[in-house]
Design a protein around this ligand. Structure first.
Ligand code: BES
Ligand code: ZN
Ligand code: ZN
Length: 489
């Protein structure tokens, strides 16, 4: 990962070196800026519109004045997009320092989100996955300076730095190719991250998974040369605000060929992303522990690849999940729900306050919402559900809620077993969730991240390839989480 320093300074240096200086101008602060800045553009009427002007007083300096009409026009996401623009421009110029100056930022109604963006967006925008290249061309950005009188914002910058770095950890895991990140390596990385960040990790190996009779995970693993793993992560701070844990479950298919129901070439080409749910859970655990969030959180990661090896599980097989439910396999490509069924059934033993699973579960979710949104379904109470939706808007990892009506359950009933692992093509994201719901006994939120987990072309600070979606969302949701369940359920 490319390291950048993020700090607060209360005045500009005497001279700049290789610096891009970004100044936010609104009608609220324009007079102040005019009085202070000798280079201030003479045509400030441009700031009655959302527009920018740049000046280059010398070869070491580029000053960008970014206008907004009013504070209220500056939504956090707009601000993030601008920061991304500055970082991109700075790297093109091979500059090293980014100064951000926004007098009056503390008067903005969402000042906390704006200030966090100052750390978060440069880190996310500057992310590069280049460690496998023999010749590494690093971006030039080295330092971000937030210029403000108020040095108290340091804490917000630290929080945001930790969350952004954790998002990059998730991105790295998703971008790692399947030969360098199999189920065993993923569990080893979980152990390493646990040591580094301070959460507990226990890994169940194949023999333990067998004795627990996790038939979903074991069946999907039959075609593989690498044994399955089931990792349990735990963060239990000294005085947690919750008595019962919050359990996060992440789909950890390190590569999804579809198995015997083999995927066509196109559909298979990005399937190293099929452990993005697991990466999000790991990244979230790093963010939660590095910022010391006062919640007891458990992460569960069932992991294997899905391949058509000679022993591979077969359409028409009937398998038995951890809780005893029998499942008729009709399509070996609907493997995620099988490994998640074991993990969700296993989660019940913690009597959790809330279960959240993240999974690149269905192509149907991609068809429905593209890469712009998460397909969300929930059995948690209204307030908790609203809270995760709100957190999604705030960090711009937005979600669309789908229903979990009973009628959908009829579509996955099997003639010869309790359930079958596929329904009809239409409504595919919902029937997949209904399948999972069968195994869950506690309030539950399902996040189908198949769309936003992996991008084929770059999109602003989300970048290209693995996005780390879910990390910022989970962190922000938990940070603002209060025990709604207690009063509501
Ligand atoms: N991993 C895929 C879903 C997926 C699709 C993730 C596109 C990311 C991008 C999942 O295991 C899968 O293959 N689902 C099937 C289910 C079907 C066979 C019922 C699908 O959606 O086609
Ligand atoms: Zn699949
Ligand atoms: Zn899959």
């Amino acid at each position: 990962m490319n390291h950048i320093n993020i700090s607060i300074i209360n005045q500009f240096p005497q001279a700049f070196e290789k610096s891009l200086i970004a100044v936010i101008v609104t009608q609220e602060n324009v007079d102040f800026l005019k009085s202070l800045w000798k280079n201030f553009p003479q045509n400030p009427e441009i700031f009655t519109k959302e527009k920018s002007i740049s000046i280059q007083p010398n070869e070491n300096e580029c000053i960008v004045f970014q206008g907004y009409q009013h504070f209220k026009d500056l939504e956090p996401e707009k601000f993030r997009q601008h920061i991304f623009g500055w970082v991109t421009r700075l790297n093109k110029m091979e500059f090293e320092n980014l100064y951000i100056y926004f007098p009056g930022i503390e008067n903005h109604p969402q000042s906390k989100l704006l200030i966090r963006s100052i750390a978060e967006v440069p880190i996310l925008s500057n992310y590069q996955y280049i460690h496998l290249k023999t010749k590494k061309e690093w971006n030039s950005l080295k330092n971000v300076y937030f210029v403000t009188e108020n040095l108290n914002w340091e804490n917000e910058l630290n929080i945001a730095t930790n969350v952004a770095k954790s998002t990059c950890i998730a991105r790295d895991l998703v971008n790692d190719p399947p030969n360098l990140l199999d189920s065993v390596i993923l569990s080893q990385k979980a152990i390493e991250l646990g040591k580094k960040f301070g959460f507990r990790v226990e890994v169940f190996e194949k023999s333990r998974i067998e004795s627990l009779k996790m038939g979903g995970l074991l069946s999907v693993n039959l075609g593989s040369k690498v044994p399955p793993t089931f990792s349990i992560l735990e963060w239990k701070p000294e005085h947690p605000k919750n008595d019962k844990p919050i359990v996060l479950v992440g789909k950890g298919i390190t590569f999804d060929t579809g198995g015997l129901s083999l995927k066509p070439f196109d559909a298979m080409s990005t399937m190293k992303c099929d452990m993005a749910g697991a990466a999000a859970v790991l990244g979230a655990m790093c963010a939660i522990t590095s910022n010391n969030l006062p919640y007891h959180v458990i992460g569960l990661i069932p992991s294997t690849d899905n391949r058509p090896g000679e022993n591979a599980y077969t359409p028409n097989d009937v398998i038995t999940i951890y809780d005893g439910t029998t499942v008729e396999v009709l399509n070996t490509d609907a493997e995620g729900r099988l490994i998640l069924a074991d993990a969700l059934a296993f989660a019940n033993q913690y009597e959790p306050e809330l279960i959240i699973d993240l999974a690149t579960l269905t192509g149907a979710a991609v068809v429905a919402v593209g890469d712009m949104a998460i397909a969300m379904m929930s059995t948690a109470n209204h307030d908790v559900t609203e809270q995760i939706i709100k957190a999604g808007f705030e960090v711009h990892e937005r979600m669309v809620q789908f229903p979990l009506w009973d009628e959908y359950k009829e579509l996955i009933k099997s003639d010869i077993a309790d359930l079958k692992n596929v329904g009809p093509r239409s409504g595919g994201a919902i029937t997949a969730a209904k399948f999972l719901q069968h195994f869950v006994k506690y309030p539950w939120i399902h996040l189908d991240i198949a769309g936003p987990a992996f991008l084929n072309s770059p999109d602003s600070y989300r970048g290209k390839n693995g996005t780390g979606v879910g990390v910022r969302l989970l962190y922000h949701f938990l940070e603002t989480y209060e025990h709604w369940n207690k009063s509501q359920n």
